[in-house]
Design a protein around this ligand. Structure first.
Ligand SMILES: NC(=O)c1ccc[n+]([C@@H]2O[C@H](COP(=O)([O-])OP(=O)(O)OC[C@H]3O[C@@H](n4cnc5c(N)ncnc54)[C@H](OP(=O)(O)O)[C@@H]3O)[C@@H](O)[C@H]2O)c1
Length: 262
């Protein structure tokens, strides 16, 4: 059985995954291979013991798990390029938006098991939310293995392929929505007296703390809101004003608009 992991496309995402695998000791650096056309840009991975070069077919041939981290328009060409190196049981995982497992299966001549993963930019700090799916014949053990791999760079959820676009909107675009919330909160903070840097620190750490209350304690947002809304107090007054101005509705409509556009 081939034990190596190949990452085809050592850009932002590919190197973040490689670094996560090394940092969390998912595998030894020597069992990792990362390719790109300009492999000299992968010097830090190389000095960590990772094999780096630009031969995608060789990398795929030696690996049992192949992660495609190139731009979406390149995925099918790369599949055709590496098809000859893919054997039964090998797993090919694309992180590109919008390229279906069916089109990859065709480009790979039906070779290997095909999966998709949708991380977000927080992968760079090991805090991604990554949604993972297979095709109709996906193997549960493979999905679990891929999930464990992406847990080195954050949290994961296994979903069906028809939800991949929705996961892109909620998880990947979601980073931008959350950033805009923090930016707007900072702007409010400046108006009520803080310097910009302090306002941003307070807004960002408050969002992080709020998210952690849900993630770590498994609570519902409304039960946490109830804890901070004193009757006739300032929190409920501000929150209700935000809702009168369409706060929740704006977010929901924005998510639906992104989804229609994708
Ligand atoms: N960044 C994220 O957080 C994120 C989140 C979700 C999904 N994605 C998806 O992940 C993919 C990669 O995104 P990215 O941000 O990492 O892009 P990126 O930084 O541009 O990385 C793409 C890499 O692919 C390499 N490449 C191009 N052609 C190649 C080829 N023929 N063989 C081998 N490598 C090749 C490029 O290096 P050379 O020019 O040296 O070849 C480049 O380093 C995209 O499909 C994107 O939609 C990214």
């Amino acid at each position: 059985m081939k034990k190596k992991i190949a990452i085809i496309g050592g850009g932002n995402l590919g190197t973040a995954i490689a670094q996560g695998l090394i940092d969390k000791q998912y595998c030894h650096p020597s069992s990792l291979c990362v390719t790109r056309r300009k492999p000299d840009k992968l010097e830090s991975l190389k000095s960590a013991g990772v094999t780096v070069h630009s031969d995608n077919l060789k990398a795929a041939t030696e690996a049992g798990m192949i992660i495609l981290a190139v731009k979406p328009y390149q995925v099918l060409d790369i599949c055709k390029e590496i098809a000859g190196g893919i054997n039964e049981g090998d797993k090919v995982i694309s992180v590109a938006t919008g390229i279906s497992t069916a089109s990859m299966a065709e480009a790979l001549n039906g070779r290997g098991s095909i999966y998709r993963a949708m991380p977000n930019t927080a992968i760079a700090i090991g805090e991604s939310m990554t949604c993972i799916c297979g095709n109709g014949v996906a193997n549960e053990a493979d999905l679990e293995e891929i999930s464990r791999l992406f847990q080195t760079v954050g949290e994961t959820a296994i979903i069906t392929e028809d939800l991949m676009n929705a996961s892109t909107v909620l998880g990947a675009c979601g980073i931008a929505y959350a950033m805009r919330f923090i930016r707007a909160a900072s702007q409010g903070g400046i108006e009520i007296g803080f310097h910009a840097d302090v306002a941003q620190k307070i807004a960002a750490q408050t969002v992080k703390g709020a998210a952690d209350l849900l993630i770590k304690n498994g609570l519902h947002p409304e039960s946490e809101i109830d804890k901070v809304t004193t009757p006739q107090g300032c929190t409920i007054a501000g929150l209700n004003e935000m809702e009168h101005q369409g706060f929740s509705s704006a977010l929901i409509k924005g998510i639906i608009t992104s989804y229609k556009k994708i």
